[in-house]
Design a protein around this ligand. Structure first.
Ligand SMILES: [Cu+2]
Length: 168
Protein backbone atom coordinates (compact mmCIF):
# COMPACT_ATOMS: atom_id res chain seq x y z
CA UNK A 1 0.00 0.00 0.00
CA UNK A 2 2.82 2.34 0.86
CA UNK A 3 4.42 1.89 -2.56
CA UNK A 4 1.16 2.81 -4.31
CA UNK A 5 0.94 6.07 -2.41
CA UNK A 6 4.46 6.91 -3.48
CA UNK A 7 3.88 5.89 -7.10
CA UNK A 8 1.21 8.47 -7.92
CA UNK A 9 3.32 11.63 -7.62
CA UNK A 10 6.16 9.92 -9.44
CA UNK A 11 3.91 9.13 -12.39
CA UNK A 12 2.72 12.73 -12.40
CA UNK A 13 6.27 13.98 -12.62
CA UNK A 14 7.04 11.51 -15.39
CA UNK A 15 4.01 12.67 -17.36
CA UNK A 16 5.07 16.31 -17.10
CA UNK A 17 8.59 15.37 -18.09
CA UNK A 18 7.41 13.58 -21.21
CA UNK A 19 4.92 16.07 -22.52
CA UNK A 20 6.03 19.41 -21.11
CA UNK A 21 3.86 22.32 -20.09
CA UNK A 22 2.28 23.03 -23.49
CA UNK A 23 1.45 19.46 -24.40
CA UNK A 24 -1.92 18.80 -22.87
CA UNK A 25 -4.89 17.31 -24.69
CA UNK A 26 -6.24 20.87 -24.90
CA UNK A 27 -3.65 22.48 -27.14
CA UNK A 28 -0.19 21.84 -28.53
CA UNK A 29 1.95 23.98 -30.81
CA UNK A 30 4.52 22.56 -33.19
CA UNK A 31 6.15 24.95 -35.65
CA UNK A 32 3.36 26.62 -37.59
CA UNK A 33 0.80 24.06 -36.47
CA UNK A 34 -1.51 24.20 -33.48
CA UNK A 35 -3.31 21.02 -32.46
CA UNK A 36 -6.24 21.04 -30.09
CA UNK A 37 -9.10 18.95 -28.77
CA UNK A 38 -7.51 15.56 -29.41
CA UNK A 39 -9.58 12.59 -28.25
CA UNK A 40 -10.49 9.01 -29.13
CA UNK A 41 -13.60 7.00 -28.40
CA UNK A 42 -13.64 4.37 -25.70
CA UNK A 43 -14.00 0.89 -27.15
CA UNK A 44 -16.32 -1.95 -26.15
CA UNK A 45 -14.61 -5.35 -25.79
CA UNK A 46 -13.76 -6.86 -29.20
CA UNK A 47 -14.45 -3.61 -31.06
CA UNK A 48 -12.52 -3.70 -34.32
CA UNK A 49 -11.53 -0.04 -34.40
CA UNK A 50 -11.87 3.35 -32.74
CA UNK A 51 -12.22 6.85 -34.16
CA UNK A 52 -9.81 9.64 -33.22
CA UNK A 53 -10.39 13.36 -33.57
CA UNK A 54 -8.31 16.53 -33.43
CA UNK A 55 -8.33 20.05 -34.84
CA UNK A 56 -5.21 21.16 -36.72
CA UNK A 57 -4.62 24.85 -37.45
CA UNK A 58 -1.87 26.09 -39.75
CA UNK A 59 -0.67 29.56 -38.74
CA UNK A 60 2.11 29.60 -41.32
CA UNK A 61 2.27 30.74 -44.95
CA UNK A 62 2.96 27.27 -46.38
CA UNK A 63 0.39 24.57 -46.99
CA UNK A 64 1.06 21.42 -45.04
CA UNK A 65 -0.40 17.94 -45.11
CA UNK A 66 -1.14 15.24 -42.56
CA UNK A 67 0.36 12.21 -44.28
CA UNK A 68 0.35 9.47 -41.64
CA UNK A 69 -0.34 8.60 -38.03
CA UNK A 70 0.72 5.87 -35.65
CA UNK A 71 0.30 4.86 -32.03
CA UNK A 72 1.97 2.26 -29.83
CA UNK A 73 -1.59 1.24 -28.88
CA UNK A 74 -2.67 0.32 -32.44
CA UNK A 75 -1.30 -1.90 -35.19
CA UNK A 76 -2.33 0.76 -37.69
CA UNK A 77 -3.74 4.28 -37.62
CA UNK A 78 -5.33 5.34 -40.90
CA UNK A 79 -6.60 8.71 -42.10
CA UNK A 80 -10.26 8.34 -43.05
CA UNK A 81 -13.05 10.44 -44.42
CA UNK A 82 -16.78 9.94 -44.10
CA UNK A 83 -19.26 11.20 -46.65
CA UNK A 84 -22.97 10.85 -47.34
CA UNK A 85 -23.92 8.81 -50.43
CA UNK A 86 -27.62 9.48 -50.64
CA UNK A 87 -28.70 8.72 -47.09
CA UNK A 88 -25.94 6.19 -46.46
CA UNK A 89 -22.74 7.04 -44.58
CA UNK A 90 -19.70 5.91 -46.52
CA UNK A 91 -16.14 5.98 -45.32
CA UNK A 92 -12.84 5.45 -47.02
CA UNK A 93 -9.15 5.75 -46.35
CA UNK A 94 -7.36 8.82 -47.69
CA UNK A 95 -4.06 7.34 -48.88
CA UNK A 96 -2.72 10.80 -49.73
CA UNK A 97 -3.61 12.18 -46.32
CA UNK A 98 -5.28 15.43 -45.46
CA UNK A 99 -4.28 18.95 -46.57
CA UNK A 100 -3.83 21.60 -43.89
CA UNK A 101 -3.95 24.88 -45.84
CA UNK A 102 -1.78 27.87 -44.91
CA UNK A 103 -3.74 30.19 -42.66
CA UNK A 104 -6.52 27.63 -42.35
CA UNK A 105 -7.42 24.61 -40.32
CA UNK A 106 -8.83 21.14 -40.67
CA UNK A 107 -11.13 19.55 -38.14
CA UNK A 108 -11.21 15.81 -37.65
CA UNK A 109 -14.60 15.12 -36.09
CA UNK A 110 -17.38 12.52 -35.93
CA UNK A 111 -19.10 12.26 -39.30
CA UNK A 112 -16.15 13.73 -41.19
CA UNK A 113 -12.42 13.27 -41.35
CA UNK A 114 -11.04 11.08 -38.58
CA UNK A 115 -8.18 8.87 -37.52
CA UNK A 116 -9.01 5.17 -37.48
CA UNK A 117 -7.19 3.23 -34.79
CA UNK A 118 -7.11 -0.39 -35.96
CA UNK A 119 -5.66 -3.64 -34.62
CA UNK A 120 -5.96 -2.41 -31.04
CA UNK A 121 -4.96 -5.25 -28.69
CA UNK A 122 -6.12 -3.50 -25.50
CA UNK A 123 -9.40 -1.58 -25.91
CA UNK A 124 -9.26 2.12 -25.07
CA UNK A 125 -11.00 2.84 -21.78
CA UNK A 126 -12.46 6.12 -20.62
CA UNK A 127 -10.10 8.32 -18.63
CA UNK A 128 -6.81 7.07 -20.03
CA UNK A 129 -4.82 8.76 -22.78
CA UNK A 130 -3.55 7.23 -26.00
CA UNK A 131 -0.25 8.62 -27.20
CA UNK A 132 -0.37 9.17 -30.94
CA UNK A 133 2.13 10.52 -33.44
CA UNK A 134 0.92 12.59 -36.38
CA UNK A 135 3.26 12.90 -39.35
CA UNK A 136 3.14 16.07 -41.43
CA UNK A 137 4.79 16.63 -44.78
CA UNK A 138 6.48 19.89 -43.72
CA UNK A 139 6.16 20.17 -39.94
CA UNK A 140 7.39 16.63 -39.36
CA UNK A 141 6.25 14.45 -36.50
CA UNK A 142 4.20 15.51 -33.49
CA UNK A 143 3.35 13.17 -30.64
CA UNK A 144 0.40 14.13 -28.48
CA UNK A 145 -1.97 12.50 -26.01
CA UNK A 146 -5.50 11.62 -27.15
CA UNK A 147 -7.92 11.60 -24.24
CA UNK A 148 -10.28 8.60 -24.22
CA UNK A 149 -13.92 9.70 -24.02
CA UNK A 150 -17.02 7.66 -23.26
CA UNK A 151 -18.69 5.69 -26.01
CA UNK A 152 -22.09 7.00 -25.00
CA UNK A 153 -21.08 10.38 -26.42
CA UNK A 154 -20.68 8.82 -29.88
CA UNK A 155 -23.30 9.80 -32.44
CA UNK A 156 -25.27 7.04 -34.17
CA UNK A 157 -23.21 7.58 -37.33
CA UNK A 158 -20.12 6.35 -35.57
CA UNK A 159 -21.77 3.08 -34.61
CA UNK A 160 -22.47 2.29 -38.26
CA UNK A 161 -19.02 3.43 -39.13
CA UNK A 162 -17.40 1.12 -36.62
CA UNK A 163 -19.27 -1.85 -38.07
CA UNK A 164 -17.69 -1.06 -41.44
CA UNK A 165 -14.46 -2.22 -39.90
CA UNK A 166 -15.74 -5.54 -38.65
CA UNK A 167 -13.67 -7.31 -41.26
CA UNK A 168 -10.41 -5.96 -39.90
CU1 LIG B 1 -12.89 5.17 -40.26
Amino acid sequence: MKSRILAAPMLGALFLGLFGATASADSLSHGDLALSGSYVRAMPPNAPAAGGYVTIANKGSQDDRLVAARSPRAGAVQIHEMTMKGDVMKMRERPDGLPVPAGGSVELKPGGYHLMFMQVPTPFTEGETVETTLVFEKAGEITLPFEVRAMSAAPAAHQGHASDHSGH
